[in-house]
Design a protein around this ligand. Structure first.
Ligand SMILES: NC(=O)c1ccc[n+]([C@@H]2O[C@H](COP(=O)([O-])OP(=O)(O)OC[C@H]3O[C@@H](n4cnc5c(N)ncnc54)[C@H](OP(=O)(O)O)[C@@H]3O)[C@@H](O)[C@H]2O)c1
Length: 305
């Protein structure tokens, strides 16, 4: 298959591109970052530029499109709500409209943060209630894609893994701090179900092969607090877990509000694919295996600016 992955310099996009490039012809877009790799075709493009989406689809002629590009930094969204809306709402709408015309299948990557997190264990049918600019513009992106291309898949995700810049994921936050002997806050009352980005690749491919459409939760089958996540990582990498400071969210002094309990049910996807999703231990074990094989350094070496 010819797969177009937007945001291939990001945490999710780069891991998806590398995992899928073994069997497919992959085109990955970057914007500010430059990326040197033989594994897939890198295309530099600002997707907000006039005509960029049309030109990209014309050039790559994809069978499948996985849209990962976004403004995913909560503080950046709060600081520039207009850019957040352009990237998280308007761009997905434009892309979905053009992909629909061309006949390819599409996964639009959304977020668990469309919920307010006051309850947890959310299913796809539960009411959404975003609490910040990021999550509001992502929810509006879901709605825009559904309108423009009802057959598209909306994947609400949460993820961890190794990234190009070495600092994009919570796993890297704990790893970087603890391995340098620095303390790190771990939220005891914020819950999530992070799936390893590399595992997400295989699941996305199965979803596309199965011709699914509509909203799916694509997260780990295990949910835990961010503090517990840090402890699990410290144990696996033999780092000093005493450096992780158990912290209630309210004491952290964060400017942008967070949804506390983002545990999601992925029963819909599990039942549809008739296959369990990987749990956290499988993800952690693979994260460690990738580390032992020098994967973080390989990613870092792809960075040329
Ligand atoms: N990370 C998480 O834990 C998490 C959790 C829930 C949902 N998600 C969702 O998962 C998706 C991927 O997130 P991520 O963490 O991988 O994001 P990320 O690491 O911040 O990467 C964002 C990507 O978007 C690209 N991009 C930004 N502006 C662009 C533009 N104008 N034109 C073209 N590309 C542009 C960036 O390219 P350059 O860097 O080259 O400029 C980068 O490749 C997003 O939809 C996010 O909302 C992520």
């Amino acid at each position: 298959m010819r797969i177009l992955i937007t945001g291939a310099s990001g945490l999710l996009g780069l891991n998806l591109a590398l995992e899928t490039a073994h069997r497919h012809s992959v085109f990955g877009t970057v914007n500010h970052h430059t990326l040197k790799t033989e594994a897939f075709t890198v295309i530099q493009t600002d997707l907000l530029a006039p005509g960029a989406v049309e030109h990209l689809l014309e050039r790559t002629q994809p069978d499948w499109v996985i849209h990962c590009a976004a403004l995913a930094n909560l503080d950046a969204c709060e600081a520039d709500p207009l850019l957040a809306r352009q990237l998280n709402t308007n761009l997905p709408r434009t892309l979905a409209k053009h992909v629909a015309r061309g006949g390819a299948r599409m996964i639009h990557v959304s977020t668990d943060a469309v919920f307010d997190g006051l309850r947890g264990d959310y299913s796809e049918d539960d009411p959404t209630n975003p609490v910040c600019v990021y999550s509001r513009t992502k929810l509006e992106g879901e709605q825009a894609v559904t309108e423009a291309f009802p057959a598209a898949i909306i994947a609400r995700v949460n993820l961890f893994g190794w990234s190009l810049t070495g600092d994009r994921s919570l796993a890297e936050f704990f790893f970087n701090n603890l391995s340098q002997g620095r303390q790190a806050m771990g939220f005891t009352d914020v819950f999530f179900c992070p799936l390893l980005a590399n595992h997400m690749a295989g699941i996305f491919i199965r979803m596309l092969e199965s011709n699914l459409s509509g909203i799916y939760h694509v997260v780990s089958s295990e949910c835990l607090s961010k503090y517990e996540f840090g402890l699990r990582l410290a144990e696996l990498f033999n780092l000093d877990s005493r450096l992780i400071i158990p912290t209630p969210l309210a004491q952290a002094g964060l400017k942008v509000p967070r949804s506390p309990n983002l545990s999601l049910s992925c029963d819909k996807l599990v039942n549809t694919l008739s296959q369990p999703l990987p749990g956290l231990q499988a993800g952690m074990d693979k994260l460690y295996g990738l580390y032992q094989n020098g994967y973080p350094q390989v990613l870092r070496s792809m960075r040329s600016s």
